[in-house]
Design a protein around this ligand. Structure first.
Ligand code: IMP
Length: 422
């Protein structure tokens, strides 16, 4: 069975926990887009691992983990993650693969991301990791790929061409001294040597696995509304976070995908700028942020919090072809008098039932809520869906009927055992 796992909101839905659970059941785990703008923390015993690039499935012995061609790789970050695994005695030598087609984040991408963001009147609130400029070079056909590091002559030509143009831009537009060719060239050739044992034609590897009926998990980073096409553009990331991106980012054909699982929080969060119709008023927002520990795993930035937006989530079900839902952080809603689900928007006297594409409409839209009674915090955590307070169950059933997909997993805490399977 080949499963794609996607975030249904603006990222940070808790995909890491679902990936950890599903990883145990599959043979291969692949990241298909994004870069080290994503991040999740996995705790094993008293050791905490933070992953930005390597699938966390690497912690499960015997699982083969790949960074697909759709991912952009900051070599420094990847080396740190590999060192961390090595220092903790995790044997990954024959289980970790990097697509030779994956593009590299270069030092100039990171600076450009930050300088451009600094100059922008309407800021996007990027993570400053060079993601946008790296994908832009990929599309512009001047990107540098993993395989280029294995061929010094090719790499030299590409880097020379790039620096000739980019250093002019750095100097003239940003009053930045630019980058020294030799330094970058040597540094990246060294990275190439360190990554050589893991470089692989992952499309072939994965298709062979699929042909042998092995199970593959394709993990998306970010979320549907950060997708470059379907997200709240321009407040999005620069890759295809939706399920379609899984095929482009791995080389597994759409006809070989068996199922798409959507992950969403029982409420909504967003990091960075951009419209967010159901955002809580600031007092309640701060309360819920602290309660849900809503601070970014990558940048530590506080996340904006709000009510569950069923319009968004339903659109996400449609765009991704989601048949199963994992609802995360349900316990954070415990103890509230009432809970709300956004079921429509009002704009200029009209009721809108589809997620609007016009950013002005989205910014000014007033949510129409269905209010439901809240539920108390239970003394003992339930161990099944039936054990949830009836009002919590009613809330979940409301989501299920509005989203028209089946809830198969509900998370009620950060531990693996705080998960209800339906
Ligand atoms: P970039 O991906 O660094 O270019 O940032 C673009 C937008 O996507 C910003 O609003 C970021 O906060 C957001 N973003 C990128 N990655 C993540 C993520 O993993 N979780 C949540 N937001 C993200």
């Amino acid at each position: 069975m080949n499963i794609v796992l996607v975030g249904m909101q603006w990222g940070d839905e808790g995909k890491g926990k679902v990936i950890d659970i599903l990883s145990q059941k599959v043979d291969y785990i692949v990241r298909y887009q994004g870069g080290n703008n994503a991040g999740h923390t996995v705790v094993v015993g008293d050791k905490e691992y933070i992953f930005h690039l390597i699938p966390s499935g690497i912690l499960h012995a015997g699982k083969i983990c790949c960074i697909g061609n759709g991912v952009v790789i900051d070599p420094e970050v990847l080396l740190r993650e590999l060192d961390d695994l090595r220092n903790n005695g995790i044997d990954f030598a024959r289980r970790f693969k990097i697509s030779t087609l994956a593009h590299l984040i270069m030092p100039y991408h990171k600076n450009l991301d930050q300088l451009r963001e600094g100059k922008r009147k309407n800021k996007i609130g990027t993570t400053g990791r060079g993601i946008g400029p790296c994908y832009a070079d990929k599309i512009n056909r001047c990107g540098i790929r993993m395989i280029d590091l294995a061929n010094p002559a090719v790499f030299r030509d590409k880097l020379k061409d790039n620096l000739k143009e980019k250093n002019e831009i750095f100097k003239k537009v940003y009053q930045h001294p630019g980058f020294n060719f030799e330094k970058v060239y040597r540094q990246y050739l060294d990275y190439g040597k360190l990554f050589a044992p893991y470089m692989s034609n992952t499309a072939v590897l994965l298709n062979e696995a699929v042909d042998k009926k092995m199970d593959v998990l394709l993990e998306g980073a970010q979320g549907t509304f950060l997708d470059i096409d379907f997200g709240t553009y321009p407040f999005v990331t620069s890759s295809s976070a939706t399920s379609g991106g899984a095929c482009i980012g791995t080389g597994i054909s759409p006809v070989k995908i068996d199922k798409v699982v959507g992950v969403c929080k029982a409420y909504t969060t967003r990091v960075g700028e951009g419209p967010f119709p159901t955002e809580y008023a600031s007092g309640f927002g701060n309360f819920m942020r602290d309660k849900g520990k809503e601070f970014g795993a990558t940048t530590g930035r506080p996340r904006r919090c709000g009510w569950f937006d069923a319009l968004m989530a339903r659109e996400s079900v449609m765009l991704n072809g989601i048949s199963e839902l994992a609802i995360m952080k349900m316990d954070i809603l415990d103890g509230l008098d009432k809970v709300k689900v956004c079921i429509a928007y009002k704009y200029k006297g009209k009721t809108i039932k589809e997620f609007p594409h016009d950013l002005e409409v989205l910014s000014k839209a007033v949510p129409v809520y269905k209010e439901m009674p809240g539920w108390p915090t239970q003394d003992n955590k339930p161990s099944s869906f039936k054990g949830l307070h009836p009002n919590a169950r009613a809330y979940l059933l409301e989501l299920e009927s509005r989203l028209k997909a089946k809830i198969t997993m509900v998370s009620i805490g950060s531990a693996r055992e705080d998960t209800l399977f339906i």
